[in-house]
Design a binder for this molecule. Sequence first.
Ligand code: AHM
Ligand code: MG
Length: 341
Amino acid sequence: MSETPISLSRWLIEQQRIHSQIPASLRLLIEQVARACKRISRAVNKGASSGILGSLQTENVQGEVQKQLDVIANDVLLEANEWGGHLAAMASEELERIHPIPHRFPRGEYLLMFDPLDGSSNIEVNVTIGTIFSVLHLDEGVEEVEARHFLQPGRRQVAAGYCTYGPQTTLVLTLGSGVTAFTLDPDQGGFVLTQDQLRIPAQTREFAINMSNLRHWAPPVRRYIDECLAGADGPRGKDFNMRWIGSMVADVHRVLQRGGVFMYPWDRREADRAGKLRLMYEANPMAMLVEQAGGLAIAGAGRILDIEPTELHQRAAVMLGSRDEIERLQRYHLEAESGAA
Ligand code: AHM
Ligand code: MG
């Protein structure tokens, strides 16, 4: 007889009770996020049949056109996490301002940030998209939560994760001691443990970057990619393969599964912007997951997790994945800074 699968709830309770890894309120928080992801997964699965594909006439704070599903996913996450008593406030890619927990509900000690539906340009073409989330602790003694209370460096995250909506719905989670993956079992209606202690191989022959921006990159990124493209005849002495899904959540999932490098670096198109991706609810949670799985995540010469944020919706350059490759890329940035390259 096959063994009974371990549900997400059981796994979380064991982390709390047996391993004393997490407080009950953090367990509740993760369960609520997972519940919301299940609902978003259902909405995504129904697709065009429920008439909820397509764009709205509105833009979000980033100036991007909102899709109906962006707004639905955002509402589902807000509603699921408002009343549990585990949160003090939330922040989202789709909301200009933070969302403090209404006074009619008990207030908790955590702050939750999310990109409700990452890769939403892929919705209509039925390609994997996902939800990314990051959990911080609210500093003690705060009466009224403000945006500045969220501005903590990524290394202070107490949990981070994402859920992919693709051929399978997969929840990947870190509570600060390794990375664990759960798969939604439609028969059981819940997430079950499918991979424990995920590790990213230190070496890889695969990279992911939007090559159409090549002419806009900074010299260290150009140097790294040029060397990969030169393959077995070049300085790396090996051929590389390229993959680019265009949903960060799916590209990073591949890196966590089999190694590789994912990059969305700074480029000259908007030179005064650090990058395209958002630090607080895209770069930081992915950086924590990747580093918890033995990889590395940098924004240039420094780690993403060491960036001191100044704005809720600020951008960051993102280069993450297999450790040996990202260390090489970091060295190219350091050499460029010191003028040695
Ligand atoms: P989104 O959060 O609005 O979906 O934007 C983020 C996405 C990432 O998932 C992906 O890596 C990137 O944007 C792709 O951008 P582009 O196609 O402009 O290069
Ligand atoms: Mg996104």
